[in-house]
Design a protein around this ligand. Structure first.
Ligand SMILES: [Zn+2]
Ligand SMILES: [Zn+2]
Length: 163
């Protein structure tokens, strides 16, 4: 059985839950979006099943940020992926992309259920990382762009996918 994850924003206005088969917080993205909206050196997304996502409280406070890509360049455009956040406290909740409608990616920082400590982490979009941002301690793989494995692929490879 997939595991149930319960989450909330910081102020508590928004509460939600979802089912996940890939809930190990191993993938840190250090792209400019993940750093600016995360408020730190990056964000960690988990995998979940969109049809199981339940907003238990605070639907009216959930706003969506469609990220501006390549800002201030001729290639600027607005991403169709939706970053859902609490409009009261700004906490990021999850990412949804209509290109993968069966999936949803909660931010590990929004999850209140206990999460496994990964034995190693994977750092993505290193090409976007300023030098001052230090990577977390411990064993890690680093990628200039996206890691080769999807969240599902990585969990399966390491025997951590929960069927
Ligand atoms: Zn909030
Ligand atoms: Zn990112």
């Amino acid at each position: 059985m997939p595991v149930e994850l319960k989450g909330s924003c910081h102020c508590g206005a928004v509460r939600f839950s979802l089912q996940s088969s890939s809930a190990v917080p191993y993938q840190l993205c250090v792209c400019s979006i993940c750093r600016k909206v995360g408020g730190v050196g990056g964000s960690i997304n988990l995998g979940g099943f969109h049809k199981t996502l339940k907003v238990e409280k605070g639907q009216e406070f959930i706003h969506i940020y469609n990220a501006v890509m390549n800002r201030d360049t001729p290639e600027e455009y607005v991403a169709h992926s939706e970053r859902h956040f609490c409009s009261k406290c700004s906490a990021m909740l999850w990412v949804y992309d209509s290109e993968w409608p069966e999936l949803v990616h909660p931010f590990a920082s929004a999850i209140d259920s206990p999460l496994e400590t990964p034995k190693m982490i994977s750092c993505a979009l290193m090409g976007s990382k300023p030098d001052y941002v230090r990577l977390p301690e411990g064993t890690k793989e680093v990628y200039d762009k996206y890691p080769p494995d999807s969240l599902e692929g990585w969990h399966k490879k390491h025997g951590l996918w929960v069927e």
